[in-house]
Design a protein around this ligand. Sequence first.
Ligand code: DAH
Length: 351
Amino acid sequence: MTPQTDIDTTRKAFQADLAVVETEEGLQTVRDRYLSRKRGAIAALMKSMADADPVDRPALGKEANALKQEIEQAITEKREAITASTHPIGGIDVTLPGRELSFGRRHPLTLIREQVVSLFEAMGFEILQGPQGEDDYHNFEALNMPVDHPARDMQDTFYLEGSMPASDPSEPPATLLRTHTSGMQIRYMESHEPPVRIIAPGLVYRRDTPDLTHSPMFMQVEGLLVGEGITMADLKGTLVSFLRAFFDADTRVEFRPSFFPYTEPSAEVFISCVFCDGHGCAVCKETGWLEILGCGMVHPAVFEAVGYDPERYTGWAFGLGIDRVALLKYRVEDIRLFYSNDLRLLEQFPQ
Ligand code: DAH
């Protein structure tokens, strides 16, 4: 064979080889077959020039070089074509494992609030939100706690320096941070006629020294139901169903007499300890019971404050501490963790 026929056959062989290449590995094999400095076909061609007639050598050498460039060019083009077809998005390698996205998660208090809200929503309650900056009238006075009422001391209030204009200019300015969500009872009844069936979740504030079970900011859910012929049996039935749906179908519920200025009679509700099932443990202080919420029949003075006829209407209300429930349900030991924004804690809750 002459060097000239060698060049022609090499070109043909290369074209045939290249035509069937589909992968980068395949292309690499073909490249090595032709362009490898030691074993490649081009290297062999160059060597064989030594046998050619010296007169033909320059022309043949040129031709062999041209073939070499042709092969290099064809391989580059093929490589780009392969890359484009396997990685169609602008040359990005979509086959590489992705970088893990870090998704935000709902805060444990948000999860509990959503669970409480959805259980009451299913019972036909309307969900309300209200201002955290509140005035004395809604937070205390209309709830049967006039100035100097000793019950105001039950709740250590954060007062605002000066005051904050209310979102509705016809309302008195906010002078304090609400100490409970009970003011939402007043806000709703002021602008709605019975029947009433609402719950109002939200943040509340008290001048408590932070410890395992106290935080100056925490979350409550207020509930209120008003109509004709509403009795304490309705209150008990609703709360027992809620607590059993929320905690456990076997949860035992106890109503114990208590005092709140805005309810009469008033009760504190206890559930059998979720940790020891009522046998007694450190969490329930060996009593077998956990206090879970305050409630009662709406006081007639509250109805009078909002212009409802207490002779015609009766109703009940309750206030539930979301943080306390979250501590129990998630077995977290320190309420302050809920407000520390520590991702190691926040990432632990089933969404
Ligand atoms: N406002 C009370 C508190 O913050 C909770 C409460 C008790 C709300 C009895 C009520 C109620 O509506 O009837 O401790």
